[in-house]
Design a protein around this ligand. Structure first.
Ligand SMILES: Nc1ncnc2c1ncn2[C@@H]1O[C@H](COP(=O)(O)OP(=O)(O)O)[C@@H](O)[C@H]1O
Ligand SMILES: [Mg+2]
Length: 300
């Protein structure tokens, strides 16, 4: 079939085959341009919007709720310059240099890298549209891990996203001047500070996406308790997402033990038994961030 009009003259069975093929092509194109098809949930939209007015952002949310997806999509828009119509967040009008960072080399490959460019062997099926990927530069030491991604920007220039892991220590976060930085999963405090320093020159945005399984760590404390006009916190629970049915959400919640359920399904920092978190601070955090309904009652 050379011409689309020819479809009229095809026998029914062949027309059926052609239609199935067209559907498959359409689906593959969508997978290879996920950015154009990304419709953020209200909480994700709120998180992106906050970038226009706050330099440091935290999306503190449930497991599997769309934290990494939102974090990676934000990298993809700044790297390509393809800001969607609905975009109200921070904007760059030139190619950018940024980093995406995860916990270990392996988790960085399996989360940050997968979200940005797709699984190993399926490049171009992540947040960065396939037609914008210019080069995938391999890292050494860890199979399939990338060191960086070169991306075509709408201006005609080239953007770069480097991949980093906390495993490699604070020293590996030194040196570069960056436009932005994405921390997926909670960074140690010294790495967060080092990362923030990389964006000082341009006062670039830094965003962090995680489920708070480490309790009231320094990073959680910084965002929840140390108020600053530069800092924004967006919470997102399983109730805020649409990719699970109510039944699935209930099943997921039931699968967690009581002490981790609040963190894993609602993004509320787990206090654990050996908590070091003073009651007054707990109350304050509770009042300031959408958590009151969820926060574990003090003293049971
Ligand atoms: N805005 C959205 N629209 C549709 N599906 C979404 C959206 N955000 C997240 N998801 C779905 O949720 C899944 C988990 O997202 P991910 O960001 O990996 O979760 P996590 O919060 O654990 O980092 C995605 O693979 C996707 O299927
Ligand atoms: Mg994730």
């Amino acid at each position: 079939m050379k011409n689309l009009n020819d479809i009229d003259s095809l026998p029914p069975e062949q027309a059926e085959v052609a239609l199935t093929r067209l559907e498959a092509i359409k689906a593959q194109r969508a997978v290879e341009n996920a950015l154009a098809h990304y419709v953020p949930y209200p909480r994700q939209q709120q998180f992106h919007n906050a970038g226009a007015t706050h330099r440091e952002r935290l999306l503190i949310a449930a497991n599997q709720s769309g934290k990494s997806l939102a974090g990676g999509m934000e990298c993809a828009v700044h790297a390509t310059g393809r800001y969607p119509d609905w975009w109200r967040g921070r904007r760059f009008d030139k190619p950018t240099i940024g980093w995406g960072a995860g916990t270990t080399n392996e988790t960085t490959r399996d989360t940050v890298q997968r979200i940005l460019v797709g699984r190993s062997g399926q490049p171009g099926t992540g947040a960065i549209p396939k037609d914008a990927i210019l080069e995938l530069v391999s890292a050494r030491g860890t199979p399939d891990l990338l060191d960086s991604i070169k991306i075509g920007h709408v201006s005609g220039g080239v953007s770069v996203i480097g991949l980093k892991s906390y495993q490699r220590g604070r020293e590996s976060f030194q040196g570069e001047t960056l436009d932005y930085l994405w921390f997926d999963e909670e960074p140690p405090a010294d790495i967060f500070t080092e990362g923030l320093t990389r964006t000082n020159v341009n006062q670039g945005p830094v965003w962090v996406t995680f489920t708070p399984l480490l309790g009231m760590s320094e990073t959680v404390r910084r965002f929840l308790l140390e108020k600053s006009p530069d800092r924004d916190v967006t919470t997102m629970t399983l109730d805020d997402v649409e990719h699970f049915t109510a039944e699935e959400k209930a099943k997921i919640a039931a699968s967690y033990s009581a002490h981790e359920r609040e963190a894993r399904t609602k993004g509320v920092p787990t206090l654990g038994s050996g908590r070091i978190f003073p009651v007054a601070e707990e109350m304050l955090a509770c009042e300031q961030h959408d958590f009151p309904r969820y926060w574990p009652r003090i003293g049971g």
